[in-house]
Design a protein around this ligand. Structure first.
Ligand code: B16
Ligand code: MG
Length: 217
């Protein structure tokens, strides 16, 4: 039976996925590389350097490592400006209710965000204390779609992957949940996230009983 919920952050608990898009879009525009929301779907959940190399290869731009690091840092500073004014009001509707329902059922709550800015975003949203374990993105060697980050969280919670549910808004993240051997829930467009066992358009629509039924034989 389900004993842990492992959340993605950007795009699942708050709309930072939009800020990541805007910051990458600004950088791509500056480099003269075409980049739209459709391209961005492939970047969701993908770490900073991985995202940048996707954009650079789309523009057939090969740059020395040094310059690549400067661009990554530029995007990150822009992103940090965009999230500066975030507050608890930016937490998606339904999050507090879901956390409370999980706690009342003694289901552990974990975070598997690829973002090095995740601790700051959790603070801004006022939910840092809701998690039993938060993965350190800086220590993850193989980013999503590799299952490492979700497995690290399950391991820290000492819960078997098959007793975990992973919640994601990205294709890369859903792949990592599936390869970890966990149950999967998608937040977003059913057409895009068609690999997930359950998809809800928005977090507040998550039907906990329906998700918990995924773990029943
Ligand atoms: P940073 P998630 C991911 O967070 C984002 O989806 C992705 O767009 C971003 O590039 C990645 O974090 C790294 O973020 O540059 O802040 O370290 O969706 O896994 O919560
Ligand atoms: Mg995400």
């Amino acid at each position: 039976s389900i004993q842990a919920f492992i959340f993605d952050l950007d795009g699942v608990l708050t709309d930072t996925a939009e800020y990541h898009f805007l910051a990458w879009k600004a950088l791509a525009d500056e480099l003269g590389i075409p980049f739209d929301r459709h391209d961005n779907e492939a970047l969701k959940g993908v770490d900073r350097m991985g995202s940048l190399s996707f954009i650079l290869s789309k523009g057939e731009l090969e740059l020395p490592e040094e310059q690549v690091l400067v661009l990554a840092d530029k995007k990150n500073r822009h992103y940090q400006q965009l999230i500066e004014h975030m507050s608890p009001a930016d937490l998606f509707a339904g999050a507090h209710q879901l956390f409370a329902d999980l706690k009342s059922r003694r289901i552990a709550i974990g975070l598997a965000s690829a973002s090095k800015n995740a601790p700051m975003v959790l603070d801004r949203l006022g939910i840092a204390d809701q998690f039993d374990y938060v993965a350190d993105a800086a220590k993850v060697k193989q980013g999503k779609p590799h299952p490492e980050i979700f497995l690290t969280v399950a391991d820290a919670l000492t819960i078997a992957p098959q007793d975990c549910v992973g919640i994601e808004d990205s294709l890369a993240g859903l792949q990592s949940i599936q390869d970890a051997g966990m149950h999967s829930v998608g937040i977003g467009d059913k057409q895009v996230l068609n690999g997930a066992e359950q998809v809800y358009a928005q977090l507040h629509e998550v039907d906990l009983a329906e998700v918990l039924a995924l773990g029943k034989p």
